[in-house]
Write a protein that binds this ligand. Structure first.
Ligand code: S3P
Length: 436
């Protein structure tokens, strides 16, 4: 039984200097997956060495893929080719990661061998029929446990056929799962999305030389091709940068530069939302690395105002709401979020967990079935529970600069799933966190 980790965050202070947050989690997972399935050696730099990605990496090692690293974000993967994976000897443990479990399900559905995907307590509560059901339509044989939850048992040796699938939820994980299964399918796999979602899978498949067609909301590929190894430079994760974008916006006197941040337009809802709230963000030195746009972002403290968050921005900022709720709590007036029921099935029920924590810190926060209403106010010190959710933990830590007393955040161990070195990096920017 591992011990829990609590953060004690001192009130006050400001965020200054230059920091580079760790590599993008979504891109890192995909780089490990596609590198493993490619022919030749894929060289990755800037890889996120968080537990989630290390889990994916371990799964491919368990299926016979040779890798050198990771070492300070550098990883060389000697790809096995699409048909070169070998039978794992035990269930593949995806830990806390929904992305890993759902994308791996697509890959494993196309293999000749049987496999099982397991996860931790949080992942075991998350819905998996959203991938299992369309995979079955493609011909996969796959079972979920009670309530459509993990573990997933996947029977190998099936012939997959491409399908046309209109996704009921705007989910990049479902889209990516089906495209990955589509690599193994006969004919075309066509996924249409009800609203734009992150497109890293499509971009990276093209980077590996695999044709993917995107027309309006329809994304398609034809099975039977091959992936050719390439080089990938993973940008810093905008979802990790988000905590500092908010922290520096709300802490008076802050002036912080976030370096080499991925600004893929399917991920930048947080920038648009913060800007409409009055944040002072400046994108500098815009460039492209390996098919993904990147910039340095300067953020200075600003007076924020509450807004009604446009629903079309929700999938484009889906992981940043814990941080955005902290911004809303410091804004003048009311912030209203709707159309965000997906937040209830993330690493925790993020609407419930954040509302509860905000109230503990003296902020008015009312849950609605698909969102939240937050009245800007003043944080008092106090104890909040992250419920094991890495992003809730980091969001509450960044509330401290505006709090009247120490903020204690419990159950922060999972921060290492997405942001190893968070406490040290936050300290460099000026936030004083003690670990208990
Ligand atoms: C992700 C997609 C999103 C996001 C998750 C990462 C991905 O999930 O919340 O953190 O890498 O594809 P959904 O597809 O469930 O919205």
């Amino acid at each position: 039984m591992s011990k829990t980790t609590d953060y004690l965050v001192k009130p006050g202070g400001k965020l200054t200097g230059r920091v580079r947050v760790p590599g993008d989690k979504s891109i890192s997972h995909r780089a490990v997956m596609l590198g493993s399935l490619a022919q030749g050696t894929t060289r990755i730099t800037g890889l996120l060495e968080g537990e989630d990605v290390l889990g994916t990496l371990g799964a491919f090692r368990a299926m016979g893929v040779a890798m050198d690293g990771p070492n300070h974000g550098a990883l060389a993967i000697h790809g096995a080719g699409l048909r070169g994976l070998t039978t794992p000897t035990k269930p593949l443990d995806m830990g806390n990661s929904g992305t890993a479990m759902r994308l791996m399900a697509g890959i494993l559905a196309g293999q000749q061998f049987d496999s099982e995907l397991i996860g931790d307590e949080s992942l075991n509560k998350r819905p998996m029929e959203r991938v299992a059901e369309p995979l079955r339509r493609m011909g996969a044989v796959i079972t979920t446990a009670a309530g459509g939850r993990p573990p997933l048992k996947i029977k190998g040796g099936q012939t997959l056929r491409g399908i046309e699938y209109p996704m009921p939820v705007a989910s990049a994980q479902v889209k990516s799962c089906l495209l990955l299964a589509g690599l193994y399918a006969e004919g075309d796999t066509i996924v249409s999305e009800p609203a734009p979602t992150r497109d890293h899978t499509e971009r990276m498949l093209r980077g590996f030389g695999y044709p993917v067609l995107t027309r309006d909301a329809r994304i398609s590929l034809r099975g039977g091709g091959k992936l050719v190894a390439c080089e990938i430079d993973v940008p810093a994760d905008i979802s990790s940068a988000a905590f500092f974008l908010v922290g520096a916006s709300i802490a008076p006197g802050s002036d912080l530069m976030l370096e080499h941040v991925g600004i893929n337009p399917t991920r930048t809802g947080v920038l648009r939302i913060l800007t409409s709230m009055g944040a002072n963000l400046e994108l500098m030195n815009k460039r492209e690395v390996g098919g993904e746009p990147v910039a340095d972002i300067r953020v200075r403290a600003a007076r924020l105002r509450g807004i009604r968050i446009p629903e079309e921005q929700v999938p484009l900022a889906i992981d940043e709401f814990p941080a955005l709720f902290i911004a809303a709590a410091c804004a003048e007036g009311e912030t209203v979020l709707t159309g965000a029921q997906e937040l209830r099935v993330k690493e925790s029920d993020r609407i419930a967990v954040m509302a509860q924590g905000l109230r503990r810190l003296g902020i008015y926060a009312a849950e609605t079935p698909d969102g939240i209403v937050i009245q800007g106010g003043r944080f008092r010190g106090g104890a909040v529970d992250s419920h094991g959710d890495h992003r809730a933990a980091m969001a509450f830590a960044l509330a401290a600069p505006r709090a009247a007393g120490t903020v204690t955040v419990s159950d922060c161990k999972n921060v290492s799933t997405s942001f190893p070195g968070f406490v040290e990096l936050a300290a460099r920017a000026g936030l004083s966190i003690n670990i208990e």
